[in-house]
Design a protein around this ligand. Structure first.
Ligand SMILES: Nc1ncnc2c1ncn2[C@@H]1O[C@H](COP(=O)(O)OP(=O)(O)OP(=O)(O)O)[C@@H](O)[C@H]1O
Length: 306
């Protein structure tokens, strides 16, 4: 059986009559990289802050490493949290900042600072002042701080926010390395879905404070909707043929003369033949699953096809 790192049952956080999270029942299993996906205000940070102890849930149950009640305080130390941008000192170097937090956290091992800077690949920039750091370097230093306790689990709220593609890739690579080589379980929230798709093993979709879907990567790919996609030489003519020949067809014309058909998958050979027999040139006729971004937009953007 897989170890459960975090377990919540009907967790609620209410502000007056408003539920920031409602009936959150969730399990984080050892070894996972779990993506928490939701729009602004969906409740991701509220959930993370409830786990970190920054806020108190209104009701519900919570277990961390199988501990409840007061024992949670100790169990929490096995988790590295990065929830809001850490308050580093601008005039301190990376090394001085981490040294400050090492003392504050009472970590006796002095070389932990250089070890952490190494992991997040800031060792060559460790003498530079924090205020002179790029956004990506600041995020990496934040990650170094959350790793200082040698945690078994990392909980990161939008760690790639505001980063350029290179910075996002750096964080992604680091997280994968920590997960694979150091066995660190990771829970991460982000708006950048395609990134979670690349590294996540499980996806939890949150809408208006509720978990609306919780599924593994395999389940995601097998349940997400399939569609027919191809490119034509003449979209106007192609759509005329499609509408005339296939009643009830659901399609969209994409950029670059591509057409995507969301239903009638079983008729794909006929569609292909009909278009060709009407003199339309077809390129790259494929059947493909939606990626996570499309799935997410359908799920929380109002459309539903379950
Ligand atoms: N202290 C508070 N008082 C009242 N409402 C709050 C408070 N904190 C959060 N909320 C509300 O709870 C809801 C969930 O907020 P939360 O910060 O968890 O969302 P989020 O999914 O993390 O969004 P974002 O991606 O923007 O951080 C929002 O509607 C927010 O306005």
């Amino acid at each position: 059986m897989q170890d459960i790192i975090i377990k919540t049952r009907n967790l609620n956080k209410k502000y007056n009559d408003f539920y920031a999270i409602k009936d959150f029942s969730f399990e984080l299993k050892h070894g996972e990289i779990c993506g928490i996906i939701g729009k602004n205000g969906a409740g991701k940070s509220t959930f993370f802050k409830s786990l970190s102890g920054q806020i108190f849930p209104t009701s519900g149950e919570m277990e961390i490493f199988n501990k409840t009640g007061k024992e949670i305080l100790e169990a929490r130390k096995r988790i590295g949290f990065m929830i809001e941008a850490p308050e580093f000192f601008g005039d301190f170097t990376a090394e001085q900042n981490l040294e400050y937090f090492r003392r504050q956290k009472g970590i006796p091992e002095k070389n932990i600072v250089s070890k952490m800077l190494n992991i997040v690949e800031l060792e060559h920039r460790s003498k530079k002042k924090f205020k002179e750091y790029s956004m990506g370097m600041k995020q990496r230093l934040g990650l170094a701080l959350s790793l200082m306790n040698n945690p078994d689990c990392l909980i990161l709220d939008e760690p790639t926010n505001g980063l350029d593609p290179e910075g996002r890739n750096d964080i992604k690579r680091l997280l994968l390395k920590l997960n694979r080589e150091n066995n660190v379980t990771i829970m991460i929230s982000s708006h950048i879905l395609t990134e979670i798709e690349a590294i996540g093993s499980r996806f939890v979709f949150v809408k208006d404070g509720k978990i609306v879907k919780d599924l593994s990567k395999e389940e995601l790919y097998s349940t997400s909707r399939k569609a027919i996609k191809f490119k034509v030489d003449n979209t106007a003519k192609a759509t005329q043929v499609l509408e005339r020949e296939f009643t009830g067809i659901e399609y969209k014309v994409l950029a670059d003369s591509e057409i995507i058909i969301y239903n009638l998958l079983e008729k794909s050979p006929e569609i292909n033949t009909k278009l060709a027999s009407n003199g339309i040139l077809i390129y790259n006729f494929t059947i493909e699953g939606e990626n996570l971004e499309e799935y997410f937009l359908d799920l929380i953007g109002g459309k539903s096809y379950e």
